[in-house]
Design a protein around this ligand. Sequence first.
Ligand code: URP
Ligand code: ZN
Ligand code: ZN
Length: 466
Amino acid sequence: MRTVISGGMVITAEGSRMADVLIDGELIVGVGATSEFSNMTVDRVIDASGKWLIPGGIDVHTHMELPFGGTFAKDTFFTGTRAAAFGGTTTVVDFAVQSRGKSLREGLDAWHSKAEGHAAIDYGFHMIMSDVNDDTLKEMDTLVAEGIPDFKLFTAYPGVFFSDDGAIFRAMQQSGKNGGMIMMHAENGLAIDVIAADTVAAGVTDPIGHGLARYSGLEGEATHRVIRLAEAAKVPVYIVHLSAKEALKSVRAAREERLPVYAETCPQYLFLSIKDLGDGFNGSKFVCSPPLRSEDHQPELWGGLVRDDLQIVATDHCPFDFHGQKELGRDDFRKIPNGLPGVEDRIDLLHDGGVVTGKITKERWVEICSTAPAKLFGMYPKKGAIAVGSDADIVMYDPAAKHVISAATHHMDVDYSCYEGRQVQGASEIVLSRGNIIVEGGAFLGREGAGKFLRRDRAEYARREL
Ligand code: URP
Ligand code: ZN
Ligand code: ZN
């Protein structure tokens, strides 16, 4: 099957130009001047006049079916990846979970079973490590060889995912040797739990207590600590879901020292604030960790994206219904499952709130949503590029289309939207995954199970000279 996408503006992290794109089967085989391929025999021509062609979005932080707080994140690999596709994302990297007392292998096998035959777009896995011991350290090497080169550890959630500094350091040393990368959830969970208990004892049980207890300075403290642990262990470290200016300051300082330190933020920290947590129990819709911050953190985060202190915007998509799931914490904010939906909205929110407002260029938008994730997470140039030899994961984007985000129209399997009623400019009109049109004109044309597992490369890019 040969396809030409003609008359569009190809936007990549490096620059933009009017160009036609030739696809053969699953791959891009030509990127040429407009009409360069007009004499070729092709099976399909897609007219992209007036539209942008961008590499498919890559969301490196999702939690399909994550067990949390006595329930499970609602989207399955099918519903979650289908929603991602509607929003212009053609690759996700989800977090497989090692349950306490079980092996990494058992956790990984469980995630393969959840995804295989169900994901509608290509997917990879990171591994959440709950126990660090001689056996799991050995397993890390095996996983790296199997294309799972990154491991997430937590200084938060005592009793659940929390690891102490010694355990984190051991995992870091192992990854320093095996070519992998460490991802850190950096909040001081031990101190936060004390403050949260004090908050409840003082009579604050509503969701706002979640935001009040999780001080931004305690994210800053943990971020600084794990960066210095990683420096000592000689391993690249990636700070997930960075929300606070104090944490950003530590990342920036480390990068100025040319340490291999990287970080992502998420749309919720750029567009939402602690005020959203303050609307009685309705605020539970916005409970995630780290929590939403006061608005003065937002310009700092945007500045971080502009200056490349932050390299990536990922969603931390972790949806729980308001009814029946968030309600588990009606009497105590500590029992509200942590996480927000967002995999479908990222590209449009960043276009509307970043490109349209002039905060970032359209090329930087492509970089933080697709190219940088591909490079840092061992998928480039197969993914994250519109170039000869790359997978034909392409989004035909209408930068002028306007639409209103709503739970009534979104495709995520969750009963609310954090952005209900918000009008955004920009929409994915046609989405191709490895040459196949999977979304067109608001309809899903893909297939459950069409997504393939991505064996990703070691974190060589993260080890390059900064
Ligand atoms: O609130 C969040 N972020 N839930 C998902 C789990 C995690 O910490 O990433
Ligand atoms: Zn986390
Ligand atoms: Zn997460």
